[in-house]
Write a protein that binds this ligand. Structure first.
Ligand code: 6PG
Length: 479
């Protein structure tokens, strides 16, 4: 077997197959392998003419077909399946070879795998690939982890097949070991928040504004011409405009309203809790999916008393829609800001040096959260790499200031109407938490000291104190 392939893909599911095709279309000789060999044959039969593929029946043949240093891309399910593939292929590789994991692996697994393989001289490159099957084929956003040495060998190939914006590849070396998968996880957390915020905007326009799905599709198309210009807004308009062929009803009305999740949003929230990073909008979006998928509870309590939904005139509905746009955009700024803060907190915790502007740059295209908005975030972090928050950036601050009245109207109005808006509310509450002169956390500290002697700090002098609640008159003592 002539070792001619510049890159190999093992795992030819939709994503793996499309990535292999993408490599081949860009002129690379691509070794392809799948545990079930019929999948390899199907790829060759259907797409073999798209470029130079080297079909391998088994691991040995696959590895032998790769030029040195070998670049082997794993595209199998996160978790044990990835470990199994590593165990199968690692013994066949030599020092200097590179395993790229393009699945949605948990970054902690990637850190473990990278350290174990590094000890054997093999580079392990955990890589976030965003954009779904269409992105994999025509240009994803690629978040690469692992060593700089490995990136020198695989970066050019990955950049060649990535999406491009203004001629720049939506692919970068994010940082060492698990940084690539960490940032992909953050992408997915932000994606959850963005999707939930859009869904809440739809719900308000439908059930408070009185608009039909088709009318809301038009509203989203209009918003997509402005500051909310994004892939998620674009596809939302398509979903809302879609009619179910069987019933002729709006597609949305025949879809079961219980949201699924493969787990990356959950990981984001769990990780953020461990990091002490307040991703409140992402958390509410994740829990909104969980709450929607509780059929017994929802059936049991459907009839409970709720809010009052006033009929709106056409002009009132149009004003309401304008307010929803402000609330959606302001909440989006907060959700993205929380996502970037978590990336900063992760970098600090794990010792990564992550270029925050570069993350925004590679998310401008190819990925699910691609949006014009990201160009603004990139500009903000380019101008000020150590920016603490988007709220420190002049234009974002102006926009969120302009949104104050409508944002509050919408959140309060949702509550009055009994329409759940957990992500809108969380974003606003987080903003108000940041701006509060005094928070009720002082009372929480008092409660904790009362029942658990957990101590507290004072505002007027340094130190840690405990009050002797059961001994009135006894002065508090330094803890
Ligand atoms: C992407 C997507 C993708 C995600 C699936 C399932 O960046 O291409 O985020 O990686 O895993 O869309 O996501 P959920 O099932 O968690 O919604």
């Amino acid at each position: 077997m002539h070792s001619s392939a510049q890159i190999g893909v093992t795992g030819l599911g939709v994503m793996g197959r499309n990535l292999a095709r993408n490599f081949a279309r860009h002129g690379y000789a691509v070794a392809v392998h799948n545990r079930t060999e019929s999948r390899t044959r199907a790829l060759m039969d259907e797409y073999g003419g798209e470029g130079t593929f080297v079909a391998a029946a088994g691991p040995e043949e696959f590895v032998a077909s790769l030029e040195r240093p070998r670049r082997l891309m794993i595209m199998v399910n996160a978790g044990p399946a990835t470990d199994a593939v590593i165990d199968e292929f690692a013994p066949l590789l030599e020092p200097g070879d590179i395993m790229i994991d393009g699945g949605n692996a948990h970054f902690a697994d990637t850190r473990r795998r990278e350290a174990a393989l590094r000890a054997r001289g093999i580079h392990f490159v955990g890589t976030g690939v965003s954009g779904g099957e269409e992105g994999a084929l025509n240009g994803p956003s690629i978040m690469v982890g692992g060593s700089t040495e490995a990136y020198a060998a695989v970066g050019p190939i990955l950049e060649a097949v990535a999406a491009r914006v203004d001629g720049d590849p939506c692919c970068t070396h994010v940082g060492a070991d698990g940084a690539g998968h960490f940032v992909k996880m953050a992408h997915n957390g932000i994606e959850y928040a963005d999707m939930q915020l859009i869904a809440e905007a739809y719900d308000l326009l439908r059930h408070a504004g009185g608009y039909t799905p088709a009318e809301i599709a038009d509203i989203f198309r209009t918003w997509n011409q402005g500051r909310l210009d994004s892939y998620l807004i674009e596809i939302t308009a398509e979903v809302l405009a879609h009619t179910d062929a069987d019933t002729g009803r709006p597609f949305l009305d025949i879809v079961a309203d219980a949201a699924g999740q493969k787990g990356t949003g959950r990981w984001t929230v769990q990780t953020a809790l461990d990091l002490g990073s307040p991703v409140t909008a992402i958390a509410q979006a994740t829990f909104a999916r969980v709450a929607s998928a509780q059929p017994a509870l929802r059936t049991a309590y459907r009839g409970l008393s709720g809010g009052i939904v006033p009929e709106l005139s056409r002009s009132e509905a149009e004003r309401f829609a304008t307010q929803v746009e402000y609330a959606l955009y302001a909440s989006k700024i907060i959700a993205y800001d929380q996502g970037w803060k978590m990336i900063q907190d992760g970098a600090a915790e794990y010792g990564w040096t992550i270029d925050l502007a570069a993350i925004a740059a590679i998310w401008r295209g190819g990925c699910i959260i691609r949006a014009a908005f990201l160009d603004r975030i990139r500009a903000a972090y380019t101008a000020q790499p150590d920016l603490v928050s988007l709220l420190d950036e002049k234009e974002f601050l102006e926009e969120i200031t302009d949104a104050q009245v409508p944002w509050r109207e919408i959140v309060a109005g949702a509550a009055r109407r009994g329409i759940p808006a957990p992500a809108f509310s969380a974003a606003l509450a987080y903003y108000d938490t940041l701006r509060a002169a005094r928070l009720p956390a002082a009372l929480v500290q008092g409660q904790r000291d009362y029942f658990g002697a957990h101590t507290y700090q004072r505002t007027d002098r340094p130190g840690t104190f405990h009050t002797h609640w059961s001994e009135p008159g006894r002065p508090e003592t330094p803890a």
